[in-house]
Design a protein around this ligand. Structure first.
Ligand code: GAR
Length: 204
């Protein structure tokens, strides 16, 4: 049924609201050129795993601590991707930086969602709530989210889509995170995934 679709794997670490947005977008037909085949977590307690299981998607847990080294961890992920014939890898709240060895194997195949307007508040150390804390500390009046291809530079790959979100008086990092997710991340991540998958299908 899905041989004319791009096989997608989603890598997660936590709550998985972006994974949920992708699952919902596939159901509603916003994502029609790809299909989520596998969810991989580097945290066995990630709620994202429950979201995947509820949607009938295969899951796998790969723990760095059990693999012994960063290289063995990435090799284990690569093996799963190969075994499942994955063409597009989406990092949806995946809190581990992938090495150049890994990213160079998948050029323009790895997509990440980041909760700021890159090049602001991004790179090593900027993840999750920390990004919104930094935006509020700086005092910017507009922030947002970015979906980009992943290369060897953390948050440095080609930008696919961005959406701006207003910062309001009295914002806390938590309030801002929710607004950025709702107004930007959950909207542009599915759209960007569909864009990349449909481009890949066209080139088949
Ligand atoms: C999201 O805001 C995502 O953009 C961010 O972590 C959150 C994960 O939430 N990712 C990064 O900061 C990566 N640098 P989720 O698990 O509910 O999707």
């Amino acid at each position: 049924m899905t041989e004319n679709k791009i096989n997608i794997a989603v890598l997660v670490s936590g709550g998985g609201t972006n994974l949920q947005a992708l699952i919902d977008a596939e159901k509603s037909g916003i994502i029609k050129s790809g299909s989520i085949k596998l969810v991989i977590s580097n945290n066995k307690d990630a709620y994202a795993l429950t979201r995947a299981a509820n949607a009938g998607i295969d899951t796998a847990v790969v723990l760095k601590s059990e693999c012994g080294s960063a290289q063995a961890f990435e090799n284990a992920i690569s093996k799963l991707l190969d075994k499942n014939g994955i063409d597009v890898i989406v990092l949806a709240g995946f809190m581990s930086i992938l090495s150049e060895d890994f990213t160079s194997k998948y050029p323009k195949q790895i997509i990440n969602v980041h909760p700021s307007l890159i090049p602001s508040f991004c790179g090593k150390g900027f993840y999750g709530l920390r990004v919104h804390e930094a935006a509020l500390e700086y005092g910017v009046k507009v922030t947002g989210a970015t979906v980009h291809f992943v290369n060897e530079i953390p948050d440095g790959g080609e930008i696919i889509m961005q959406k701006a979100v207003a910062i309001k008086d009295g914002d806390t990092p938590e309030k801002l995170q929710k607004r950025v997710m709702r107004q930007a991340e959950w909207k542009i991540l599915p759209l960007a995934v569909e864009k990349v998958c449909s481009n890949k299908l066209d080139r088949r």
